[in-house]
Write a protein that binds this ligand. Structure first.
Ligand SMILES: [Zn+2]
Length: 80
């Protein structure tokens, strides 16, 4: 017997979000979501690595997974 489960198909964001964290960009900060991410990205370019150790941004792929997990969780939750 087979138990068929609907696979969770995460939406792939076609519009590129913040290059640092992947969140939706803010008009105010260009392609970035916030000033912080903008500065982090600039730091990356200047140093070739993350320049702000105290504010280490999550890996973008990791962040994407997290967002997908949150979105999947929202769609699964129909108790509202
Ligand atoms: Zn960001």
């Amino acid at each position: 017997m087979t138990v068929e489960r609907l696979p969770i198909k995460p939406k792939k964001a076609k519009k590129a979000g913040c290059p640092t964290c992947g969140l939706p960009a803010s008009k105010e900060h260009g392609p970035f979501c916030s000033k912080r991410c903008k500065e982090i990205d600039l730091g990356k370019w200047f140093s070739g690595t993350y320049a702000i150790p105290a504010a280490e941004p999550p890996d973008s792929a990791e962040m994407e997974e997290l967002i997908e997990a949150i979105e999947a969780d929202k769609t699964d939750d129909k108790f509202y």
